[in-house]
Design a protein around this ligand. Sequence first.
Ligand code: UDX
Length: 448
Amino acid sequence: MRITIFGSGYVGLVTGACLADVGHDVLCVDVDADKIARLNEGEVPIYEPGLEALIRQNRAAGRLRFTTDAVEAVAFGLLQFIAVGTPSDEDGSADLRHVLKVAETIGRHMTQYRIIVDKSTVPVGTASKVERVIAAELDGRRLQLPFDVCSNPEFLKEGAAIEDFSRGSRIVVGTESERVRSAMRECYGPYNRNRDKLMFMGVRSAELTKYAANAMLATKISFINEIANLAERLGADIEEVRHGIGSDPRIGYHFIYPGCGYGGSCFPKDVKALAHTAEHVGHPAEMIAAVERVNARQKSRLFEMLCQAFHGQLTGRTIALWGLAFKPNTDDMREAPSRALMEALWEAGARVQAFDPEAADECRRLYGERDDLVLAGYRDEALEGADALVICTEWKAFRTVDFEALRATLREPVVVDGRNLFPPESVKAAGLAYYAIGRGDSVRPVLA
Ligand code: UDX
């Protein structure tokens, strides 16, 4: 099948490479000429395990190509995927500029029936907008060509995107058209052999499914973080409570790890956008808004714990920071809790010595050269001359620590762990104060 994909960002590249890998002919198109030139030289602009090899193999096999030529792109695929960015507007709503620009391009150049597939996460009602833009372009050209617009949201986790694409739990397609159903069956057939994962539904339901899934997951995280904060005040250990509740299959163990807040490119943006949509349709969604507020507060917890440990005196201190990425196995720092912490520390006059296995370049790109930031080349280099250690990301490399050696290196015996990586007893046995989320020395019962 011939498939065109607009947008060679994270979602577009993963979708393109995976669809080419199962035998489709894929043409990826992007307005960024520099990016396309790099891709044509075999350079992959993002870090995602397995993606570079997949792109290399499928380019070599001639099934995956990259271009900036929109005319060629529209002529190429029966399916025209839209996988461009939908950043947040100032008010939190999704900015559809890029999506509608692609719709315009398709309408301007199409000469035969096309199926437009909305892959980007877009607010409910976007498919209708895309349809209107294409119809207006065709009108302008005095053409009456048939076309369909469907919604096919992605559920890819960074760091596991290829696995998620190939073995995800469902493939959601919002459409009323039989022609679209049959084309999408053909497109996803190779991924749909063992079990029928295709779920056809209304366009608006598909659009809302994506937001509902992310909002539900973000709710689980904010919920457990709220309980962790309560545990701190009640003298309970959140890790024991987590086991206690997770054992109920109705609740389950997944996605209830307490931490220093969720980040990344999806949850923060999508939760905000859904809250905005809810306001817009006259049903202010109280839970969704609370999920976001709890997360914003959670991101300031690590700084608060440092203030507690140093009695508010952070000026001139050097803080070692392990983990800059918003989660392990990515170099992505979008909305990462590490950023809220670093920015608060700089504001308070402290220095940061950070180490991350992948995100150092991204950190340099975001913050540039500054006197109060040192990017260490290896984990324990970040500890040299530091007053305290803070952990923001649960990279595997941070899980094994010689606490005696750590105690000997740190100027003050303070460890703040935003991911609850260690048993409190083993940290404390080395004479270190251990502040974690809802456990360890953060737990100060105030009730009798
Ligand atoms: C997420 C969704 O999982 C995916 O389905 C959607 O398509 C895009 O958004 P991603 O942003 O890559 O994917 O990351 P994910 O692994 O889901 O983690 C999101 C954030 O939640 C991270 O900051 C992580 O640290 C945090 N998290 C996750 C917790 O704090 N506790 C948990 O129990 C799980």
